[in-house]
Design a protein around this ligand. Sequence first.
Ligand code: KIV
Length: 288
Amino acid sequence: MTQLSAAQTTPSGGSNALYGGKGTRRVTVRDIALAKERGEKWPMLTAYDAMTASVFDEAGIPVMLVGDSAGNCHLGYETTVPVTLDEMTVLSAAVVRGTRRALIVGDLPFGSYQEGPVQALRSATRLVKEAGVGAVKLEGGERSHEQIRLLVESGIPVMAHIGLTPQSVNAMGYRVQGRGEEAAQQLLRDAKAVQDAGAFAVVLELVPAELAAEVTRVLHIPTVGIGAGPETDAQVLVWTDMMGLTGGRVPKFVKKYADLREVMGNAAKAFAEDVVGGTFPLEEHSVH
Ligand code: KIV
């Protein structure tokens, strides 16, 4: 296998082979494993369409998640629960088409793997064959380890997701997970179960920073934190949250890097005013 590319110099002066690399081939789960061995941190963003994904790819984001957060952030549902496998297949295929380098991880939506390993394999196979994703993600620790094992044995890399698992919102709400000794021990058991089942990485969502740091020390696969403090191997954010496009409140763990809602709203108003005022289109925008 070719090397990803020579290690790149990050804006902060460090070197990092995953972030910012200009390699011509896609990032693989092996590159992710090597990054953990080298102690390199890496960023992951969600993406739901080809154009946005191409921007992130050009920015050097090495891993993109076609998350079922598309439910709230792209498709207009209130939660991730209604998202279907057909929808995830269409969105994942668009993100794959829009990118050349990033590893694309497709999320298995609620109801597409809970029945058992065979259902999980059938659903994951669709994302791999029809959409072209390089890996899939599913929620659950001990409760999902049989699904993870069969997918991995079948040649499909799996990113696990423990802590807050939004597909279970009706049972658990949106609350910090792993608080208290018993809950912390359960989270550690979940983390080890997904690693033992063969997951190549695990998302830790909304868990105390100290616990996420401990899980990161104990596991040999990378942890990807969201609301899990600074010590996980990677960090993921929902792109519409971190770019300020999501309307209403966003979780406390989100850092806002732009205000796209304001930028886009202002552009839409400027266009509307030009049209009603007769200042668009001008001669330069016209053909004869
Ligand atoms: O669906 C999603 O975007 C996710 C991330 C929050 C990890 O699962």
